[in-house]
Structures are given as structure tokens and as C-alpha cells.
Design a protein around this ligand. Structure first.
Ligand SMILES: Nc1ncnc2c1ncn2[C@@H]1O[C@H](COP(=O)(O)OP(=O)(O)OP(=O)(O)O)[C@@H](O)[C@H]1O
Ligand SMILES: [Mg+2]
Length: 363
């Protein structure tokens, strides 16, 4: 059992405020993913929870008890570090059993537990090998096993899959998912990979510059991003973001940023006129049918056929090209420079105000 609460948790390194007043509760058995760009404070937060870093302010509570002054080994948590150093002169089995030796677990029990966890992460065949003889993916499995064997109430995993190739990453990601389903313990998993966050999390905590900017289920984060930063961070390719003006025109609400002049759906009727940003995901932009002019006509800049679908990049007065995803190869042969009419799915349009906060839809 482990319910973890952070209350106004802070960490400064000299003048650098790495973590700025975090407040949240993680319920027993949840799979939480901390995600955010490099340097936003993910590792620092995890290390404070684990007890390897002293907070400069605030409290950490585990099951209601303040643990700020508890040694890491007395917190009942298990951490897999961002750089998963194994002991180079111990073989895999000895690496895994190390935590049990520290707890004076008898030898016969140690052997049994090492076999069990090795089986769980599928490294039974590696037990006699030395770390230098293991591949990157195998070492990461060993690091995971080394934490598993101590049977912690909570797993703290700091980018445990970072050094793997895409395929192995997906495989081990599925492994983490399976472990969570079997063990039902609390997992806090750190990554800067938005796709990993989307696939693993019960709830995602999005961090930016030492703060948590949004907490939500993967679907909430994807479809209702709290602000421009979150909107931009999740999804690949990223959400199209067009800076312009929200205007009231003869009782109708429009968004204008040449060449865009888009009727905004009714749900935005309470939006204040003035500067704003329109957001639309590439999968919600479609090539308008022959008869329709669509919402906007843009010249093609680049065509990327990916097999399952084709990405079309358009010239627009935006920081990045405007992107549409079309199915299959239908649009793979369109010419660069050709003007294509595009429709924006009105149900999927997002609006952000001048400060970058999402405009809530009104009923
Ligand atoms: N020991 C330290 N001394 C000084 N500054 C530090 C120390 N550890 C971290 N920082 C600073 O604190 C901030 C947060 O660092 P942290 O390692 O928590 O980021 P992160 O989100 O884990 O990034 P990454 O994705 O690159 O691992 C950064 O600005 C970093 O430079
Ligand atoms: Mg880190």
C-alpha cells in the first residue's frame, strides 16, 4: 500500500528553482507518468520522493506519514535510475540479489526470489552473465529486476527505457504495463516521450519549468490541453497552432489570421475578442471535397507518404508548416506548390487566449 502526497514541495539549487511548490496526491495502485521537456524537474521530484534529495520546502507524505527525514531504504520505495549503473564486477544474479543481501534475507530465499523476478522480466538466461556482456535492453531489464526483487510498495522509474531502440522500447513498455497489472503497486514513471506517457498512464502529470501545468487522463490531456504548451507537447505531428485575432463580426464569432478566416463554433461564444491562437490537430484537418472551397486554401510545401497515411505540409504564415494527415496514398502524388482546399473539423477546433490558456467551451 502506498498513497503519496506532496505538499508545497520545493527544491532550489542555489538560485535555480528546480521544483516550485508541487501539490498532488497519488492514490495506491495508480500508474502515474511525469512528462515534460528536459530540465523541467522530473528527476529532482522523483529523487525527493525516493529520499535521495532533500527538499528545500514542503512535505512528502507516504500513507499519511511525513517522510522528509526518513532514509531512502526506510521509505519502502524502489527506484530505477535514469542511468542504470549495474555493479560491473558482479554477475546479473548477484546484481539482482544485492538489495536482498542488504536486508539479510537468507541465501535459499534469495535464490528463489532472484529466479522469480528474472522470470518476470524474461532474463533467466542471463543470470550468469556479467553486465558488460549484456546489451542495453538486457541491462535495463536487469535494473528493473534489481528493483522488483525488493518488492517495494511503489516503483519510481526515471526514464527506464531511454537507451533502447524503438522496437525494444515498445516491448519493455508493454512489460512495465504488464508488471503493473500483475503487481497492482503504485508506479511513478518519468519520461520526456509523450507517446510513452499516453500509452502507460492512468494519469499524466505534465511538468514545465518546475511546475505541474496539467493533471489528467491521457485522453483529457490530448483533447483538452490546459494551455498552448500542453497542446504543443502531446501528439505527433504536433497540433497546428495559428496566432491571430478572435473577432465578433455581425454577431458571429470568427478567427482571422490571413489566409485563415474561420467561423468559430458556438461553444466559443463567450471568448473575449482580441489576440488568440487557433489549434487543430493534423488528423482533424481534411482535404475538402471537390465542390467545397473548404475553410482555407494553402499551397503544398512537402508531401510525406508514410504508408498507412500521408502527411501534407502547407505554407502558411505560422511558425511551423501547417500539417494535415490524409489516409493511405490518396494524396501522395499531389504536387508541391499546388493549392489545396482544407476543412477544419469544427468539433475539434481549440482556442487559446492571449496568455496561452485554453478557452473553455460554454454549454
Ligand atoms: N545537483 C544539481 N545541482 C544544480 N542544479 C541541478 C542539480 N540537479 C538538477 N539541477 C537543475 O534543476 C533543474 C531540473 O533538473 P532535473 O534533472 O530534475 O530535470 P529533468 O526534468 O529530469 O530533465 P531530463 O529530462 O533532462 O532528465 C535543471 O535546471 C537542472 O539544471
Ligand atoms: Mg531527468
Amino acid at each position: 500500500m502506498a498513497r503519496i502526497e506532496l505538499v508545497n514541495l520545493e527544491k532550489s539549487f542555489g538560485f535555480v528553482k528546480a521544483v516550485k511548490g508541487l501539490n498532488f496526491t497519488i492514490e495506491d495502485g495508480e500508474f502515474i507518468v511525469f512528462v515534460g521537456p528536459s530540465g523541467c524537474g522530473k528527476t529532482t521530484t522523483l529523487r525527493m520522493i525516493a529520499g535521495f534529495e532533500d527538499p528545500t520546502g514542503g512535505e512528502i507524505r507516504i500513507d499519511g506519514r511525513v517522510v522528509n527525514d526518513l532514509e531512502p531504504r526506510d521509505r519502502g520505495l524502489g527506484m530505477v535510475f535514469q542511468s542504470h549503473a549495474l555493479f560491473p564486477h558482479k554477475n546479473v544474479a548477484q546484481n539482482i540479489e544485492f538489495g536482498l543481501r542488504m536486508k539479510d534475507v537468507p541465501a535459499a530465499e534469495r535464490v528463489k526470489r532472484v529466479r522469480e523476478v528474472a522470470q518476470m522480466v524474461r532474463i533467466e538466461h542471463l543470470l550468469e552473465k556479467m553486465p558488460a556482456q549484456c546489451s542495453g535492453g538486457e541491462s535495463q531489464r536487469v535494473a528493473l529486476a534489481r528493483t522488483l526483487v525488493t518488492n517495494p510498495s511503489t516503483f519510481l522509474l526515471d526514464e527506464p527505457l531511454s537507451s533502447l531502440d524503438a522496437k525494444l522500447r515498445r516491448e519493455l513498455r508493454a512489460e512495465c504495463d504488464r508488471l503493473h497489472q500483475v503487481l497492482k503497486h503504485t508506479f511513478i514513471f518519468v519520461t520526456h516521450d509523450q507517446e510513452e506517457a499516453m500509452t502507460l498512464a492512468d494519469r499524466i502529470f505534465v511538468m514545465h519549468a518546475g511546475e505541474i501545468v496539467q493533471v489528467g487522463s491521457p485522453m483529457e490531456i490530448y483533447s483538452q490541453p490546459a494551455n498552448r504548451f500542453v497542446a504543443d507537447f502531446f501528439g505527433s505531428p504536433s497540433m497546428n497552432l495559428v496566432n491571430g485575432e478572435i473577432v465578433h463580426d455581425n454577431g458571429a464569432l470568427r478567427f482571422r489570421a490571413a489566409p485563415f478566416d474561420i467561423a468559430l463554433p458556438d461553444r466559443f461564444k463567450s471568448a473575449a475578442p482580441g489576440k488568440g491562437t487557433l489549434g487543430i490537430r493534423p488528423e482533424s484537418v481534411s482535404v475538402a471535397a471537390g465542390v467545397s472551397k473548404g475553410d482555407v486554401e494553402l499551397p503544398v510545401r512537402l508531401v510525406e507518404p508514410l504508408g498507412k497515411d500521408t502527411l501534407l505540409y502547407f505554407e502558411a504564415d505560422t511558425d511551423r508548416p501547417f500539417v494535415a494527415v490524409t489516409e493511405g496514398f490518396d494524396m501522395a502524388h499531389v504536387n508541391v506548390g499546388e493549392r489545396v482546399p482544407l476543412s477544419l473539423d469544427p468539433r475539434r477546433i481549440q482556442l487559446f487566449d492571449a496568455t496561452g490558456q485554453r478557452v473553455e467551451a460554454s454549454a
